[in-house]
Design a protein around this ligand. Sequence first.
Ligand SMILES: [Zn+2]
Ligand SMILES: [Zn+2]
Length: 579
Amino acid sequence: MLSNADVAAKLLEIRTLMELGGESFYKYMAFEKAAASVENAAPLADVVKSGELLKLPGIGKSIGTVVEQLVLTGRADMLDDLYRRFPPSIMEVLAVNGIGVKTAAMLFTTYGIASLADLEKAIAGGVLAGVPRLGPKTIENWKRGILAYKGRKHRTPLAFALIVAREAMDFVLEGPPLDRLTFAGSLRRQEVTVGDVDLICTSARAAEVTAHFCTWARAEAVLAEGPTKASIWLPGGLQIDLRVLPDHLYGNLLQHFTGSREHNIKLREHAVRRGLRVSENGILNLESGDVVTCSEEPGVYEALGMQYVPPELRSGLDEIDLALASSLPVLVEPRDLRGDFHMHTTWSDGDDTLEAMIAAAAARGYEYHAVSDHSHGRGMRYGLTPERLREQRAEIDAIGTRYGICTLQASEVDILPDGSLDFPDDVLAELDLVVASVHTATHQSREEMTSRLIRACRNPYVTIVGHPTGRRFDGSPGYEFDYDAVFAEAARTGTALEIDGQAMRLDLPAPLARKAKGYGVTFTTDSDAHRTGDLAAAELAVGQARRAGLTKEDVLNTRPLDAVLAFIQEKRARGSEVR
Ligand SMILES: [Zn+2]
Ligand SMILES: [Zn+2]
């Protein structure tokens, strides 16, 4: 059921699309007035039910029908008709500062520009150069407007984009026969948020595959449909592009559309120096005219005389130089994981019981895992008191190794504002390991937060600092502290830093993990799961570790249990020396 505000927003969208379509001022302004009226009305569901809708100011019979459809079904025939003329993505173009309705209409009718991506392409390709009234100054303003818009634009967190991509691929697989199908782009590079999803497919029946893709019920609109490419738009603003080419080009296609843009530019520059031109259609030898096509992606890098570059490293930093020197790191992989140190149960704020979490961790093939329910500082509702911790220990002991996995008892202990921990040392000493995290007083000054984290690292019982920056995709940019000072201290004291795989966290961020590695820090890649279904988030953490260039040796939970226990013991044994 749409709220009044939602209905008003849709009415304003109709108003804009009508103006785009050249409707008269009075007709589209009626929708603007109706939107204002709806916003000030009683809850529309009630108004419709009581038959009072047409009594609202500015709501006549035809607008009343639209409002009623929106309230009851979330859509309206009139809006659907408008979407058939103008894809919803055209609203992006209108959101760019400096582009009004008349200009957007001209861009759409004359140049087919229906989305921000279209506009950028047109600008980059010089299509708009020389168009009357669009001087270079205007175009420059638009470019700035586009950047500003992108900053505001909603991006989808990796975990959710992955789910949608998999669902879209399942749907494509139900259609005409194909050879190979995967995702490319920022999703494959495991960027933390994703603007659009690129699907790559090979099939001898490309046009049928794209046509089938466009019939997906989840699509709110089809942005483009052609014999080898189609784009759809999902509610919430996620675009999915599907490209279909013959199978012998799969490697070229995948390499090209995985990006990043910066990586591909550097790759092309290197290729040109060797007399080659790289594109999605193959590698052209500029002198002989021969084209090398690659059915597998590593073939592309081989043809360019370098080591294969894993997608997560294709950022345009130093990876091509390293690949040419055959000195890329061998990245950690999900299958290297032997355990997970961070998960919650119904003992604190988890949704599943201790036994269910143990069974699920075992089912992932882990050798060990740690249950790390919250400490009592989180309040009576969540946290465990020392007494409750001991009761939990008894339950862990009673389950034992029944599921074929070793369960360690940990706790996610709050780091208090002064850097001390929420449990005294004698309680910490009873735990097998300790994850220490900041959850409160996150707005401290940079100096306070730095010394708070340093003090936590100096506690001999702290094995891991959990989600070290506190950034979340649904809000907090994370707290400020002196990264160099804290990373150096973590390395010196033998404290591991976590890469937390929770969908909204992915914290440490990869660039910071890369920096921390420079100090010799040891990492963990944990799920921070609150239910059995979230244990797979450890793989997202591994993805971020890979983006940071981490190897298996850098990650504590790839080590056998005795090596993990030795790591914990070593820090404890140093005792006051680390303080
Ligand atoms: Zn936490
Ligand atoms: Zn947690």
